[in-house]
Design a protein around this ligand. Structure first.
Ligand code: ATP
Ligand code: MG
Length: 267
């Protein structure tokens, strides 16, 4: 899975990353979907252990272009986990109160506590993505934010948070198909907004903003992964595997009973 991790200190060129890659799970969609069920079970067990042990905090950040698959990832990768102990925080356009504060203010209070997994559906990275592409603040303001973000995440990591960040990498043709599917299907049309077409025109600017954001903030303690995401089943398998590997590396164990229970008989 390390092949998808952005190595710190390197400039990122997304045109060199194939959104159709399926080299790690070459099995195809049907077998891939079955395999995901196994991974779902594994993740469920690990999450239960994380919750019971109550020591580790896990933050997962999801970013993507529109239609990139953030919602689907959350639905499929976390299928079956105990909702107690897993939270999703979605970051939309900031409210007036949020805008009256610094951009990290609304984010910090959603970070995970001990025993929790929190998934950020969009995140503080919007403040160097949409904000940069639309000139919502001047360049001298957003250009300083990469450093803030790296420092913020270092603080979280130093204080015991495990961080994984996933960029769901689709290409422009795939976005076209997914937007068309939203238009064509009654059960999907609620997701379609004309604004998405305006954003689509800014594809290249978004790619440049993503390249800077990801390249400048991928560290050992807070890595970014570029996930090939044109195939949804493959995207799910890769993300699930990375999370499972990370949770396993925490060497968690169930806590011992607090009292001496030897000889206890339940009448
Ligand atoms: P999504 O597209 O994530 O599935 P959605 O379609 O339900 O969510 P939208 O209103 O389309 O909801 O998406 C949230 C919008 O909020 C996006 O256009 C995003 O760029 C914007 N947004 C998020 N954070 C910020 C921010 N800090 N500043 C400005 N806009 C932001
Ligand atoms: Mg949207």
């Amino acid at each position: 899975m390390d092949k998808y991790r952005i190595k710190p200190g390197k400039k990122l060129d997304l045109s060199k990353w194939d959104p159709n890659d399926k080299s790690i799970f070459p099995m195809g969609k049907k077998v891939g979907k079955d395999h995901l069920k196994q991974l779902n079970n594994e993740l469920e067990t690990l999450q239960e252990l994380l919750y019971a042990e109550g020591k580790h905090k896990v933050l997962i950040v999801l970013q993507a272009m529109d239609t990139g698959g953030k919602d689907g990832t959350i639905r499929h990768v976390f299928e079956g986990v105990n909702p107690q102990g897993v939270k999703v925080s979605s970051f939309k356009a900031p409210t007036r109160e949020e805008l009256a504060h610094d951009y990290l203010w609304r984010v910090h209070k959603h970070t995970p506590g001990k025993g929790e997994i929190v998934i950020f559906n969009r995140s503080h990275y919007e403040d160097v993505l949409v904000v940069r592409v639309h000139d919502l603040v001047p360049k001298e303001v957003w250009s300083k934010r990469y450093e803030h973000i790296a420092a913020f995440e270092k603080t979280l990591a130093d204080e015991g948070t495990t961080i994984l960040k996933f960029y769901l990498h689709i290409n422009r043709d795939e976005q076209k198909e997914r937007l068309q599917a939203r238009l064509d299907k009654p059960e999907k049309i609620w997701k379609f907004s004309l604004g998405d077409l305006e954003e689509r025109k800014l594809w290249d600017q978004y790619i440049a903003a993503f390249e800077d954001a990801l390249g400048k903030t991928s560290t050992e303690a807070s890595p970014w992964y570029v996930i090939p995401a044109n195939r949804k089943w493959y995207r799910n398998l890769v993300i699930s595997s990375i999370i499972i590997d990370k949770l396993k590396s925490l060497n968690m164990s169930y806590p011992e009973a607090e009292d001496d229970l030897s000889g206890v008989v339940i009448e």
